[in-house]
Design a protein. Structure first.
Lengths: 315, 315
């Protein structure tokens, strides 16, 4: 495959495919654009969970047993904060805090989130470009039976228990795609847009909500290929299945593809959902059946290679 | 002894006697006023080394082997920050960071340093009153052969290597004694002022530099009793002996007493310096010879009791 790949990612699930793409593509052929709608301000720090999940995965620092955060993590700062009566609902590990403190310092010095991300990923030896979707704050909020909740209040504090009625992205209408994102969207050699297996409502929609992004994707003559985060008719992780049900959707690849409203050309689904392929094709989409569950590096790399083969086939 | 004791303390050395005083006095008979001239802003946090040394000592959380900071400390956040190219010259432990993050949160919410200190010490089960000397920022700066240095740059980053020519307390002329300090100074039942074994130039002078404090101490009809931080003609810890020499003073209890310029009534010196007592008395001071080195709780409590006996004798 020649040309440039623009990939969208949320957190942990998306980060696995992002790591696979980095393993099979040289840095100059890939731009990873990461959701920042989950970001929030906490304890004077700007926490960017999805950017950090991707960063840790690409640096090989992610905890593969716990499934999130940094390996060899400890929780001493939070234990002390908790003893002192501080807000301990969002558990920040000590190593993770080291990153947040460093990022906060550079943000206070008026570096953009893109600049800080480039700096920190560079320090960790990551050669590929990880761009936040925007340098302007976009904050995902979830309408629930408890009212509107900031995303991390819904996701972490309330453990996704509230019933979801809707989702909005505060600030998205005023936010601009980050320079790295805008540059990738404008590339003449753009070969495909890859949507990593992340939650469409919570992790991909914030990226698509940025002014001009959806229109640009519609006019681009390159395939938009998503990997479904559903496996066997449910989500491997996170609130996706519960959320789809609460929004009145069937928990299916068809409903997921329909949500993208004409934006997708191709959905990669797991072999456990092979039966969905015919329905997807009937709705006008290309569908590829493979193993989308990524347990090890070779799974990530195989899936990434299969996606590049799709792009190559379309070329 | 009846009446109230007002004690001044710097960091680790002073904190030992502070803990001794807390062990032998009920909370209503003691106000500990702690130097904040060493405080500084770092990584978006307000670090208060002396307040924290006293807090950790009184809560029994201090590391007695390392001699400073919290017991069972880890250094994971700083290791990550260092890997990310952040400023790692000031080593903040993970548990310590938990305290700094909590304090910073309350300071951002416009609590005063006094209010935050009361809150944090209360959470740690400390019944005695620890008051910062001031809620207004006072920042000790040291004139050296490298120019004027902020205190922590001199003390930690440069490891006290530069030659000291002078010391100033930026902001002291505009700062007010904290409410707890002012209240203790105004008490009708004040029985004595105790200066814990801290560095006069770096830890006690900032307290005395606050507007009105020196004058008030001079007009008070209560004894001002200092415990010398010198033992055997040198300092147990820290830059005191080097500093005195660089400022052209003999490293002696006499020079130390002279520095207080008439403010002291009584100097408690170590048995290793017993020979100084006659000279001190000749200069008009009372002098008590005892063991001032505090290795264990019983040393701290014995020294505290001896000081109270001096106060009782003066009554």
């Amino acid at each position: 495959m020649t040309g440039h790949i623009l990939a969208f990612s949320g957190g942990v699930g998306g980060a696995k495919l992002a790591a696979g793409l980095c393993a099979v593509l040289p840095p100059e052929q890939l731009t990873l654009v990461v959701n920042t709608g989950d970001d929030f301000e906490h304890l004077g720090l700007t926490i960017c969970p999805d950017l950090d999940s991707v960063t840790y995965a690409l640096a090989g620092l992610n905890d593969t047993v716990r499934g999130w955060g940094v390996a060899d993590e400890t929780w001493q700062a939070m234990a002390m904060l908790s003893q002192l009566g501080g807000p301990d609902w969002f558990n920040l590990g000590d190593r993770d805090l080291g990153l947040h403190l460093t990022r906060a310092m550079h943000l206070r010095a008026r570096e953009s989130l893109s600049q800080v991300t480039e700096r920190l990923t560079g320090q960790l030896g990551i050669a590929h470009r990880i761009a936040p979707m925007s340098d302007d704050p976009v904050r995902t909020q979830v309408e629930t039976d408890m009212g509107w909740l900031d995303f991390q209040h819904y996701f972490v504090r309330e453990q996704c228990r509230p019933q979801v009625r809707g989702v909005r992205f505060a600030g998205a209408d005023q936010a601009r795609p980050s320079p790295g994102f805008a540059e990738a969207l404008a590339r003449a050699d753009l070969a495909a847009v890859v949507v990593c297996p992340s939650n469409p409502w919570l992790s991909v929609d914030p990226i698509l909500a940025l002014p001009g992004v959806r229109d640009r994707l519609k006019t681009l003559c390159v395939p938009v290929i998503a990997v479904s985060p559903l496996v066997g008719g449910t989500a491997l992780k996170g609130p996706l299945a519960k959320l789809m049900a609460e929004l009145g959707k069937p928990v299916s690849n068809l409903a997921l593809a329909a949500h993208y409203d004409g934006l997708l050309d191709h959905l990669v689904i797991d072999q456990a959902d092979a039966a969905d392929a015919a329905l997807l094709r009937k709705s006008g989409l290309c569908a590829t059946i493979t193993q989308t569950v990524m347990r090890e590096a070779r799974d990530r790399e195989r899936l990434a290679s299969e996606i590049l083969a799709i792009v190559g086939g379309v070329d």
